[in-house]
Design a protein. Structure first.
Length: 275
């Protein structure tokens, strides 16, 4: 049975791939993006099955207004895909206060407020699914992406908690964690001025790897979008969906290391209880 989806950040990358595949298979899509005319070619082809609205996820009141319009005009939305976001690429000391605020406002607060705006409608209609696009960087960290990781680790914690709060209402969540993907992600990196002090540090090494193309972008956005469409049907919804073989290996190694360290210091943990 065809469904209705709400997709943010739908102008490019995985968000656009999701919209294209949904329309091609016959579903109805409410797509939000900063400039709706970017989807005019799809609107011409699919007509009323594509509902569009301008949305900057930094504007909480706009999020609430657009979400209310979408649910009201389309009557029901079965799946919400929160994919709007970008990356601030620089050592923590290099980033300006304004850049830090913008990164967290867009990736973290914007995603939180989108979810909060959707919950009353999903609850009243008896349930639904939310796919929150995170990153492999929601479970591990690279130098030079500290603020991006802060936003992704933050949204993962929020989703872990709110998923438990709303489970009784039939609302399920999946955190989608893509690895490096062949989209315009790298071109859209926000880069603060470089400090010479960091050139010969891990932050500088990562910066040079990205600039030279040595940082492999192996993920296929079309295949990732297809996987997301499929996982939206899974019952129960998995808490996480990791996308990419490299991402799988890196996250597996990171989690294994964390467990090993947890066990290494188990004795200290157990020694701190009240006698």
């Amino acid at each position: 049975m065809n469904k209705t989806w709400l997709v943010t950040g739908s102008s490019s990358g995985i968000g656009l791939a999701v919209v294209e595949q949904l329309l091609e298979r016959g579903d109805r899509v409410a797509a939000t993006l900063r400039e709706p005319q970017a989807l005019s070619h799809l609107k011409e082809r699919y007509g009323e099955r594509l509902w569009t609205a301008a949305l900057d996820v930094n504007d909480t009141s706009a999020i609430r207004n657009v979400v209310s319009r979408a649910f009201t005009e389309l009557e029901r939305i079965d799946v919400v895909v929160s994919s709007a976001g970008y990356a601030l690429f620089g050592a923590a000391e290099e980033c300006s206060d304004e850049q830090i605020d913008q990164q967290l406002q867009t990736n973290l607060v914007g995603s939180i407020q989108l979810i909060r705006a959707c919950l009353p409608f999903l609850r009243r209609q008896g349930g639904g699914r939310i796919l929150q696009v995170s990153s492999e960087g929601g479970q591990l960290a690279y130098p030079n992406f500290s603020l991006y990781h802060a936003s992704k680790w933050g949204i993962e914690g929020f989703v872990e908690s709110v998923a438990q709060e709303v489970a009784p209402f039939g609302i399920q969540f999946t955190l989608v964690e893509p690895g490096p993907t062949r989209t315009n992600f790298a071109a859209a990196l926000v880069r603060p001025p470089v400090m010479a002090e960091y050139e010969q540090t891990p932050a500088g090494e990562v910066r040079r790897a990205v600039a030279s193309g040595a940082f492999p972008l192996t993920g296929d956005p079309q295949k990732m979008a297809k996987a997301m469409l499929g996982i939206a049907e899974a019952e129960p919804a998995p808490k996480r969906l990791l996308l990419g073989s490299g991402a799988y290996g890196r996250v597996h190694a990171a989690l294994s290391q964390r467990v090993a360290e947890l066990e290494q210091y188990k004795g200290i943990a157990m020694s701190t209880e009240i006698e």
